[in-house]
Structure formats: C-alpha cells, structure tokens
Design a protein around this ligand. Structure first.
Ligand code: ZN
Length: 172
C-alpha cells in the first residue's frame, strides 16, 4: 500500500453526493479506485445514472479536493462496468433512509458480473418489484406519484399511511 494512495483515499473520504449530502461518494460506489501508475496517481470514478447532471460536479469536487490537498492526480471517468445501485453499501442505504429517501432495492437479474458487453447507453428503468417502504414510518402502503422526482434518478412516492411524500432512489 502506497502512502500517497492512502492519503488520496483520506482526502476524498469526506466527499458526498451533491444531491445527497449524507452519503459519501465512496459509500455510493462512485469512487471506484485510487491507484499508483507509472504516470502518477489515478483516481477512478464511475458515474451513476448517465443522465445525472451531478456527475460533472462530482468530478469537479474530486479535482478541487485533490488540489487543495496538494496531490497531483488524474481523475479518470470509467464507464464500464456501468454503475449500479447494487454498489451502494448497506450503510449508504441506511443513511438514505434516515435522510428521507427510500433506498433502492437490489436491481433484479441481468446486471453485473456478466462482464464485457455492458452498454452504458442502455438506459433501462426498472420498476420496483417489491413494495417501496416509506422512509418515515416504514409502511409499504405507498404509491408512486411521479416517475421523476427531484432528479431523474429518483421517483416521487407518497405514503398512504403518514401522507408524507418521499423520493425513491430507483434501482439501476
Ligand atoms: Zn409513511
């Protein structure tokens, strides 16, 4: 383990998703890797939803943090394998729930592991197969009110028990 690599991880540890300030990029699985190459340090990030406008900001945040820490590193955006909500840590999901966003279910079948032919352009939105639980009261008595919530990555739901609207982070 290189100490520079450790330093980079430590520097980026606190970066959070611009839209979800409670979860870190590492917990979301966006921050993939920090590696030392012949050409220097490389930081690998994988965008979440390809349509997410937040990605540009994430890259800027990573660059700015590295600069501030005086670390020269290249930021590499890696598109394959495509990011999936399955990469989110359980801790991140728990934080989402506490923040009032219903965390994604595991994406059903197909994705991941297959290797090779992952098309990042294939933009399949899966409907949740299990009921989405209200992050406020835990009730599964919920309905979708809009396929697009505050961002394209989320759907807007409403809890029929506590009447609270909430975002559901769509599995992807
Ligand atoms: Zn509720």
């Amino acid at each position: 383990m290189s100490s520079v690599v450790d330093k980079v991880w430590a520097t980026l540890e606190h970066l959070t998703d611009p839209e979800i300030p409670v979860v870190t990029l590492r917990e979301l699985g966006i921050l993939r890797d920090v590696r030392e190459t012949a050409e220097g340090i490389e930081v690998v990030i994988t965008p979440t939803y390809s349509g997410c406008p937040a990605m540009g900001q994430i890259e800027d945040d990573v660059r700015a943090s590295l600069e501030q820490a005086g670390i020269a590193a290249r930021v590499i955006t890696q598109l394959a394998p495509a990011w999936t909500t399955d990469w989110m840590s359980d801790e991140a999901k728990e934080k989402l729930r506490a923040y009032g966003i219903a965390p994604p279910h595991r994406s059903c079948g197909g994705g991941g592991g297959g290797g090779g032919d992952v098309s990042v352009l294939k933009f399949v939105r899966r409907q949740p197969t299990e009921p989405v639980a209200c992050p406020q009261c835990g009730s599964t008595h919920t309905v979708v009110t809009s396929e697009f919530g505050s961002t394209a990555c989320k759907a807007l739901y409403k809890c029929l028990d506590c009447q609270e609207p909430f975002d559901y982070f769509k599995p992807y």
